[in-house]
Design a protein around this ligand. Structure first.
Ligand code: PLP
Length: 407
């Protein structure tokens, strides 16, 4: 008889955005004429830039011509894209990695979820709290969380590292054993970054105890301060303890087009549950070639165009546009009297709810101003009392939202 995976029953409640969608739908049903401004989900609104569109059109034509048609592509991505990534994201920043350490994929969400197939079931997982919920939920699904404790508002076997006002939203090093730690910087949802010194402390900790860091830098393009690291591989020692996951979603407007990549260094070697010495690079390569058939050629051609000088210049303009929205939100909310964090090196502004209840604040902003944000509690217990606004709305809507709130 078939038995379903009971670990799914340990997942808590609805996924954050479905709960928001439910509440929004109920509000719309009661107020059909209300003009809602959506600043909740972090989805891009600006179209693909012309350099990407042109390249993809050419790729479609190639696929429609018998002389240039391509079938399955290489499992780890076409070399033209891997080399473009290597040059712009790493070599130009003085970071030395090899092209075969780059694995092209169809989304950072899939990679941050799938990478956990490389961990033994017994690994103790550490996550920053609050953070992008996928790290936690995928480890719950994989049976690594233990039971949920409603009093602690957390799982027994997950180690939570609170990133709160008191520590400047920079978590302390784990005080108990942790085997794999997810770090997300610039952070979703707090919008905070780590300095090189702060990141170095995590790298040194991981190397000292044999842990692995999964470094999700989906928002690195939004970094404005010159001293903030864009890649964990800017830090000495990271190649023996870290995997980096990057997305083209927020960098190049590929949320609907789907392209990302992960860097798994060859130097990352650990024992497996059978006491073999294994290369995580080789495990990931095996995983990708067994379970993935590559990102479409058309998408990869578009992604490579985003790395060209022309495409990159156009994309910089798009990211600048969103960051101007972030400035408008940050300053507007401050003028309206709120305590505000983030929005300077990330498209997320993290606002303190004056009464400390984030779902209540969500309802107040929805009902009072017809604006949808994201309650901080949805990103973890330590997100309670905060509210996330995203910089991805149109300029018109961003300005209108601030006028409605009084900023
Ligand atoms: N990582 C973080 C921190 C995110 O916030 C998101 C999307 O919101 C993702 C990954 C997902 O990226 P992708 O669209 O490449 O799956």
């Amino acid at each position: 008889m078939f038995i379903a995976n009971g670990d799914y029953s340990l997942l808590q409640g609805n996924y954050l955005f479905s709960e928001i969608a439910k509440r929004t739908a109920a509000f719309k049903a009661n107020h059909p004429r209300a003009e809602l401004i959506r600043m909740g989900i972090g989805d891009c609104t600006r179209p693909l830039v012309p350099a990407v569109v042109d390249a993809m059109h050419r790729a479609v034509d190639e696929m429609g011509d018998i002389a240039t048609f391509r079938g399955y592509g290489p499992d780890f991505g076409y070399d033209f894209l891997r080399e473009a990534i290597l040059n712009r994201d790493y070599l130009k920043r003085g970071i030395r990695i090899d092209v075969d350490e780059i694995f092209v994929s169809d989304g950072a969400k899939c990679d941050v979820a799938n990478i956990s197939e490389l961990f033994s079931k017994d690994c103790i997982v550490g996550i920053v709290d609050p953070v992008y919920p996928v790290y936690l939920d995928t480890n719950v699904m994989a049976g690594r969380s233990g039971r949920y404790d409603p009093k602690l508002r957390g799982y027994e076997r997950i180690v939570y590292l609170p990133a709160v006002e008191q520590n400047g939203f920079v978590p302390d090093l784990p005080q108990v054993p942790v085997d794999v730690l997810y770090l997300c910087y610039p952070n979703n949802p707090t919008g905070q970054t780590l300095s090189k010194e702060q990141l170095k402390r995590f790298v040194d900790w991981a190397n000292a105890c044999g842990a692995v860091i999964i470094y999700d830098s989906a928002y690195e393009a939004y970094i404005r301060s010159v001293d903030i690291p864009h890649s964990i591989f800017e830090i000495d020692g990271a190649k023996t303890c870290a995997i980096e996951i990057r997305s083209m979603s927020k960098t190049a407007g590929f949320t609907g087009t789907r392209c990302s990549y992960s860097v798994v260094p060859r130097e990352l070697v650990r024992k497996d549950s059978l006491n073999n010495t294994v290369s995580l690079h080789d495990l990931w390569a095996r995983r990708m070639s067994t379970k993935f058939n590559g990102v479409s050629y058309i998408t990869q051609v578009g992604a490579a165009a985003a790395y060209s000088d022309e495409g990159y210049a156009q994309l910089t303009g798009v990211v600048d546009f969103y960051m101007e929205n972030a400035r408008i939100i940050r300053e507007g909310m401050e003028r309206a009297g709120y305590t505000v964090y983030g929005g300077q090196n990330a498209p997320y502004v993290w606002i303190k709810a004056p009464h400390g209840d984030s779902w209540r604040f969500f309802n107040e902003i929805l009902e009072g101003h017809h604006i949808i944000g994201t309650p901080g509690a949805g990103f973890g217990a330590a997100g309670e009392g905060y509210f996330r606004m995203t910089a991805f709305a149109s300029r018109e809507n961003t300005l209108a939202a601030m006028r409605r709130i009084g900023g």
